[in-house]
Design a binder for this molecule. Structure first.
Ligand SMILES: CNc1nc2cc(C(=O)NN)ccc2[nH]1
Ligand SMILES: [Zn+2]
Length: 373
């Protein structure tokens, strides 16, 4: 079996749970945050640095690697693990989200999606079979089904048609799946912001009996309350003995609230993306290091953090690097932000183990967002 999920401990007060996800490249303790390595690199981080901060699994994108360098090159390199020197688990997204959010001039048919590359403009096509062929070449441990992440907002009829096609596409992904013993295919539940469509889609997706299930089509512009509402309608229909992955979600409050709603896996570009404009996530909330107030601030980014950035460098130095457009400044903030989210999930797992999750959540969120949130 490519992937096996073990439930370790339930949280009495919420739907949170501790789990272990066994994969061909190692075991993952859940709930887990997955750093995003879109183009076969978690931007500016080396694999050694990712391991130093406790990264157990990373994500790469089928759409991006299909366009550049092309999945055949990665296949010839011996697969993504060899190509990028990462010997721990890799999850690849199927391109469903990117082809709808990045490419131009696309046309959706029952077959799949015709679109123009956002890089070269060349006409391309992605469908269930192609997405599985690409992920087969990449050799990821977990491959996501090719689906349509419906736009937001979208009318009910559109979402219903799209979600029903996503089920037909998932059946074709399952048919086209080759590495069934070394690569797990996860289904993705869609259904927009319509609870009844979410439930109907969850039942149809779960009917295909896969090793894991994702909730997709969220964090696309809806309010956080709407997102939590869609999650809480969906999770009761996802089997407890399989991992649940909430795609594209990763602010600290959304991670904690998602865990309490029964989610095991998360991914988000936030930690490295906000680092690129000099923003750090700290225990006291977000810190924009370019601000003049930090010019002579010789304390660390986060007084409560023991990461390399926070033990060796000051706000004044990092501010100087970011203002001078020195890449090292981005690396230091990315390193800290990834460590911050990975550490948050370590504390969340600890709190579940000690039956203290609600207390931990309140304390953390009050300190991070201030009491007015
Ligand atoms: C940042 N928000 C966000 N929403 C996502 C949805 C999907 C999805 O439904 N894939 N099939 C994937 C990545 C996402 N990232
Ligand atoms: Zn730090």
């Amino acid at each position: 079996m490519a992937v096996r999920f073990e439930q370790i401990q339930d949280c009495q007060q919420t739907n949170a749970r501790l789990g272990r996800l066994h994969t061909p490249h190692g075991t993952i303790e859940t709930p887990i945050f997955m750093p995003v390595g879109t183009l076969a690199t978690v931007k500016t981080m080396s694999p050694e640095e990712l391991k130093a901060i406790g990264s157990q699994i990373i994500l790469a994108n089928t759409y991006h690697l299909y366009l550049r360098p092309g999945h055949e090159i990665v296949r010839e390199a011996g697969g993504l693990h060899t190509f990028m020197n990462w010997n721990r688990p890799i999850l690849t997204d199927s391109g469903g989200f990117q082809v709808f959010s990045l490419s131009k001039l696309r046309k959706i048919t029952e077959e799949g999606v015709s679109f123009r590359s956002h890089l070269s403009g060349e006409p391309l096509f992605l469908g269930p079979e192609q997405a599985m062929e690409i992920q087969n070449a990449l050799g990821s441990d977990i491959a996501m089904a090719f689906d349509e992440c419906a736009p937001y907002p979208a009318d009910r009829e559109y979402v219903r048609q799209s979600a029903e096609r996503t089920v037909r596409w998932l059946k074709r992904c399952k048919e086209a799946h080759q590495r069934t013993d070394s690569q797990a295919l996860f289904g993705i539940v869609q259904g927009g912001m319509y609870p009844d469509l979410r439930v109907e889609n969850a039942k149809a997706i779960v009917d295909l009996d896969l090793p894991g299930y994702a909730i997709g089509g969220l964090s696309v512009g809806e309010s956080k309350e709407q997102m939590y509402e869609m999650i809480s309608h969906t999770t009761p229909y996802l089997p407890k003995d399989k991992p649940r992955y909430l795609m594209g979600v990763g602010s600290p409050d959304a991670l904690i609230r998602g865990v309490m709603l029964g989610i095991d896996m998360f991914d988000c570009v936030l930690p490295t993306r906000i680092a690129r404009n000099g923003t750090a996530m700290t225990s006291q909330g977000r810190l924009v290091v370019k601000k003049a107030e930090y010019a002579r601030d010789f304390t660390s980014l986060d007084p409560e953090c023991d990461c390399y950035t926070c033990t060796k460098y000051t706000r004044a130095y990092i501010r100087h690097l970011v203002k001078a457009d020195e890449t090292f400044g981005l690396r230091l903030i990315s390193y800290h932000n990834l460590h911050f989210l990975l550490q948050l999930m370590t504390k969340v797992r600890e709190a579940i183990r000690n039956k203290q999750l609600p207390e931990f959540a309140n304390r953390f969120l009050t300190q991070y967002y201030g009491s007015d949130e």
